[in-house]
Design a protein around this ligand. Structure first.
Ligand code: 13P
Ligand code: SF4
Length: 319
């Protein structure tokens, strides 16, 4: 529409004026993903968002995603201004792992190496030895297991048990979950596969075990998009936030993507296949924060200094 086109033009102009760069996740509004790419920013998974933000010379980063992504950007670049379209955009994994309860859990298990998922608060990361994302968690735990380390893992129980099964590591799991991926259903997926016997199944590891078990590829959002491009198949069933389909379709034209089944539909289930917090990012609030400089992300510098060690460990491992 005309209003959309105007907003996009305003955002392009403001990004230039403020020397800001847009860093977006694959689950946000397709218009924001396209703008990020087109204006020299990036659209990617959590690991790439962190690295891109850290390495980019812009003084201001606008993070279109959820709170932990903005906080990670700030922790890695305390001197940069980090803005978000909506500071209330959180994550059920972050909400389900309060820093004080988490610290008490760690205190009870001092013999364990603490590995936390990126989807946590800065204070939880400050207590961790390692932070990992879905793209590299398996490799890092494998490495720690080979060194004979016992692991305390938080907060996603599905990702944790997937990594545990793959590596055989001794892992004590926090019992968190993602409200979006938790809704994918194994039995219904099995039925859908029978309908599309040639389809390959792409699954994000925050999904339940009986969904992960049916996957041809398990991986981060970037890894799933790469699989859609490279696998010699034309049909794919996709178990992750449907925001990813925009990029999948663009990256693999001519291929057919089917959403994996969930418990309910949009009328009965607010979080089925689309994250309500990712959905808080739009053209309008993005333009507004660029204009006003509102919604700046702050992290207590003392906490940031502790948290950065766990993040740097991952980035060094990934390099
Ligand atoms: P990725 O790092 O795979 O993009 O995942 C982030 C996330 O929040 C998935 O729900
Ligand atoms: Fe968190 Fe799930 Fe939303 Fe990702 S999709 S941000 S894990 S609630």
């Amino acid at each position: 529409s005309e209003e959309k086109a105007e907003l996009k033009e305003r955002i392009r102009r403001l990004l230039k004026e403020k020397e800001a760069v847009l860093v977006a996740h694959y689950y946000v509004d397709p218009d924001l993903q396209d703008l990020a790419e087109e204006t020299g920013g990036c659209v990617s998974d959590s690991l790439e968002m962190a690295r891109f933000g850290r390495d980019h010379p812009a003084k201001t980063l606008v993070v279109a995603g959820v709170r932990f992504m903005g906080e990670t950007a700030k922790i890695l670049s305390p001197e940069k201004t980090i803005l978000m379209p909506d500071l209330e955009a959180t994550c059920s994994l972050d909400l389900g792992c309060p820093a004080d309860e988490f610290a008490a859990f760690c205190d009870q298990h001092p013999d364990r190496t603490v590995v936390v998922y990126a989807n946590t608060s800065a204070a939880v990361k400050a207590r961790a030895d390692w932070m990992v994302t879905s793209s590299i968690g398996l490799d890092i735990v494998k490495h720690l297991h080979e060194q004979g380390k016992k692991i305390l893992w938080a907060p996603d129980r599905h990702l944790g048990s997937y990594i545990q099964k793959q590596t055989g590591a001794d892992m004590l799991l926090w019992q968190g979950s993602c409200i979006v991926h938790d809704e994918f259903k194994g039995i219904e997926l099995d039925l859908l596969k029978a309908e599309y016997p040639d389809a390959k199944v792409l699954v994000h590891p925050e999904s339940p075990a009986n969904v992960v078990a049916q996957a041809d590829v398990v991986g981060s959002t970037t890894q799933l998009i790469n699989a859609a491009v490279t696998l010699p198949a034309t049909q794919f069933i996709v178990a992750t936030d449907n925001g990813i389909l925009h990029k999948m379709r663009a990256a693999a034209p001519g291929k057919h993507f089917i959403e994996a089944p969930t418990a309910g539909n949009s009328a009965t289930c607010k979080s089925c296949a689309h994250c309500p917090w990712m959905a808080m990012n739009g053209l309008k609030n993005l333009a507004e924060v660029l204009e006003s400089g509102a919604n700046e992300v702050f992290v207590d510098p003392a906490i940031g200094k502790e948290a950065v060690r766990a993040i740097d460990r991952m980035l060094d491992f990934a390099a």
